[in-house]
Design a protein around this ligand. Structure first.
Ligand code: ADP
Ligand code: MG
Length: 492
């Protein structure tokens, strides 16, 4: 039982859990009202971390507080834990009657949050309150006021998308319609979409501009269909002057939603109302989306970007530090930028983890902290480097295999760490097997090097996996489709 577990903790373990909880609270306090945090979380604590289940157990003193906390913080609390601890972990909420030893894990939130209080006041909120409220009421969308053009770092490879976004934001209805922007996760789609939204609203306060994640659009349509409210929903769209749909790939397999969206899309086009779409891949690579929709998307301006180069990664880290009015030694930033190569969100996560650590320990960040943080995020660090270097030798592609691994992980929306884990989940197994085939065919890897890369103890697993995927490749259309896309990119 958990109570007994706490009794067995030594003081170091207790301190560790307390520190982690403090980091989580500090992270949460960047998004949530401090009073609410104190009201609902001051008597809660992290009681245990289950690595097998990838769960962080949070203890609450009573059911009411727990239910409220879940309601108020659920997503942001989970995200805070994922940011400061590990992106793959989720929360388990539990209640136990008060017991003496557990309160050793309690921290003084008032005290902790006062450290942060002055910093939060600096944030300004640039978007029009009334319109935002109106939209929130109807669609319940959360906006991040920090997603603006002025803090979006543009680099050579995303200059085109950036300029297109800016042009549409400054001159909607007349620039490009539709605008379709795509690239991998964590490279700023949502940031750019909301920046466009912010700018259009500011310049056109009388217009109705709606930003909708595609998942939200699906929910709205499903709800309207179930409750016979389709005409009300369509009337709402009649009032809209510009529509931004984020992550359109989530319309996959939602036939009815696609049909309705197709109608909305046509209506917008005929009335010359602006549509802006983001996606994690180009129109023609969208899976399980009606061809006629893909064709329509492709007719607009399609803009993509590639991951930032090393200098840009450093520039992004520095820009984020400037916003936070913090600093970290350049040598340490270099280590981060060398490891995290294709995901800006993870660059930010790394900074947040390190800055929280610095705040809590009142001491400067060290190289060890940086490596520990990179490992938390699932990156292999110096320690493992020699194996990777060995695997990286003699590749026939100009691309680095790690880049390909990241690309495949992003494509399937899984993390690199999951890919290299021994998880047997179907999409992870498939992604891993496809990667092995790419390693074999395009990087001329020997089987030995392939299984070394995935950290397997015996190479029979690799032989089995490769023959399995070769078989599937002959019959499974989805796999053929994906594999073709990857090979095109490997050979680019
Ligand atoms: P996506 O929607 O593509 O998955 P996001 O827009 O959510 O990615 O970006 C992830 C994080 O990285 C955000 O905090 C965002 O501010 C930051 N980010 C991404 N690209 C940039 C950039 N070019 N300049 C500054 N910050 C960026
Ligand atoms: Mg996004």
């Amino acid at each position: 039982m958990l109570i007994d577990i706490v009794n067995q903790y030594d003081s170091e373990k207790k301190q560790y859990l307390k520190d982690l909880w403090s980091q989580v609270i500090l992270q949460l306090s960047t998004q949530q009202d401090h009073k609410k945090i104190v009201a609902f979380l001051s008597k809660a604590w992290i009681i245990n971390i289950e690595d097998n289940e990838k769960k962080v157990y949070i203890w609450f003193s009573n059911e009411f507080v727990m239910t409220q906390a879940k309601k108020i913080f659920n997503k942001s609390l989970k995200e805070s834990i994922q940011t400061v601890y590990n992106p793959q972990y989720t929360i388990e909420y539990i209640i136990y009657p008060p017991f003496s030893n557990g309160s050793d894990l309690l921290i003084d939130l008032w005290n902790l949050l006062n450290i942060k209080a002055t910093e939060n006041k600096k944030k300004s909120e640039p978007i029009s309150k009334s319109l935002k409220d109106e939209l929130n009421d109807y669609f319940g969308i959360l906006f991040d006021p920090s997603f603006r053009f002025d803090n979006f770092v543009a680099w050579a490879n995303n200059q085109f998308a950036f300029s297109a976004a800016k042009a549409v934001a400054e001159n909607p209805w007349n620039a490009y319609n539709p605008l379709f922007i795509y690239w991998n996760v964590g490279l700023g789609k949502t940031h750019l979409m909301q920046a466009i939204w912010n700018e259009i609203i500011q310049n056109n306060p009388d217009k109705v501009i709606i930003y909708l994640p595609a998942t939200k659009l699906v929910d709205e349509i499903v709800w309207a269909l179930q409750h016979n409210k389709m005409s009300t929903l369509m009337r709402k769209f009649d009032d809209v002057d510009a529509l931004l749909i984020d992550d359109i790939q989530f319309l996959a397999d939602k036939d009815k939603t696609q049909e309705i969206f197709h109608n909305i899309f046509n209506d917008f086009q005929s009335k010359k109302k602006q549509i802006i779409i983001s996606s994690d891949r180009p129109p023609k690579e969208l899976l399980h989306i009606e061809p006629r929709l893909k064709t329509r998307f492709a007719l607009g301006l399609v803009a993509d970007i590639h991951a930032p180069d090393y200098e840009t990664r450093i520039a992004i880290l520095q820009s984020k530090l400037e916003i936070k009015q913090e600093s970290i030694e350049p040598e340490l930033l270099a280590i981060i930028a060398q490891h995290i190569t294709s995901n800006v969100r993870e660059l930010e996560w790394a900074l947040n983890i390190l800055l929280t650590r610095k705040k809590l320990s009142w001491s400067e960040i060290t190289e060890d902290d940086v490596y520990a943080c990179l490992q938390t995020l699932g990156y292999s660090t110096q320690h493992h480097m020699s194996t990777f270097d060995a695997v990286n030798q003699n590749w026939k592609s100009t691309k680095n295999f790690d880049t390909i691994v990241e690309m495949v992980a992003n494509y399937y929306s899984i993390s690199v760490a999951e890919l290299k884990s021994d998880s047997r989940k179907k999409e992870i197994t498939t992604a891993r097997q496809i990667l092995m085939l790419i390693a074999k065919k395009h990087f001329r890897r020997t089987l030995e090097k392939i299984w070394m890369y995935f950290g397997w103890k015996n190479h029979a697993t690799a032989i089995y996996a490769i023959s399995n995927i070769e078989k599937k490749l002959k019959s499974d259309e989805d796999i053929q489709h994906d594999y073709q896309i990857f090979t095109e990119r490997v050979e680019q």
